[in-house]
Design a protein around this ligand. Structure first.
Ligand SMILES: CCCCCCCCCCCC(=O)SCCNC(=O)CCNC(=O)[C@H](O)C(C)(C)COP(=O)(O)OP(=O)(O)OC[C@H]1O[C@@H](n2cnc3c(N)ncnc32)[C@H](O)[C@@H]1OP(=O)(O)O
Length: 177
């Protein structure tokens, strides 16, 4: 279902269909939304965002990062931004790149350590990030200062770093959501 939605997002973004196809597609999507409505559940019971075995935890909003290596100190993976993530002129939207970093660095920050949340994410856009290219995603745990965890991340196209990031993750105190 989530993969099908990702495909739909990419195809819809890239499509210039005639009006009758637009109308037909809208009706079909409205029918699908209505079919799912009776199955609305509390957050803890939903599928999306809870499937750590799926790219982006099954969130169709998150870029589909495929993880190859994972431990408490580093993550290595790859991602291909589909047409859905297009900003313009073949470049990935600047807002989609922090999504990928937050997902990967947030999960790394929370691996083997008490729960933490993102306090800041500083992203440097070094080069255009191309839509449709397989990119390497790297993240590493840099250091810990009291409740603060500092992580670094990079998005690499071949040998070229297209974006890098520093993230601050703060350990939650009891009772913090
Ligand atoms: C397998 C697992 C799956 C897990 C799956 C999870 C994967 C996804 C994870 C994604 C993670 C997210 O996106 S989380 C969603 C986005 N983030 C949020 O919504 C967080 C909203 N913000 C907050 O809740 C809060 O600001 C906190 C919890 C981050 C911090 O508040 P606090 O607890 O009151 O702490 P506070 O005293 O302010 O700060 C503690 C220390 O950090 C510093 N500090 C705090 N914020 C900043 C900042 N922006 N820039 C610089 N420094 C800062 C303070 O100066 C202080 O330093 P010093 O004086 O001690 O030196």
């Amino acid at each position: 279902m989530i993969e099908a939605l990702r495909l739909l997002q990419a195809r819809m973004t890239g499509a210039g269909p005639p009006p009758e196809t637009v109308t037909e597609t809208a009706e079909t999507l409205e029918k699908l939304a209505a079919a799912l409505e009776p199955f609305t559940v509390p957050e803890a019971a939903q599928i999306v965002g809870h499937r750590t075995d799926l790219p982006g935890r099954g969130q169709a909003m998150a870029p589909p990062v495929h993880i190859e290596e994972w431990d408490e100190e580093h993550v290595l993976g790859h991602v291909t931004f589909s047409r859905f993530y297009l900003g313009g002129n073949g470049a990935v939207h600047g807002g989609a790149i922090p999504l990928a970093f937050d997902e990967v660095m947030g999960r790394l920050a929370n691996t083997g350590r008490p729960r933490a949340r993102t306090a800041y994410l500083h992203v440097n856009y070094r080069k255009i990030t191309p839509v449709g290219s397989r990119l390497r995603v790297e993240a590493r745990f840099e250091r810990e200062e009291g409740r603060k965890r500092i992580l670094a991340g990079a998005l690499v196209d071949g040998e070229t770093v297209v974006a890098d990031a520093e993230g601050l993750f703060v350990t939650l105190k009891p009772g913090q959501p």
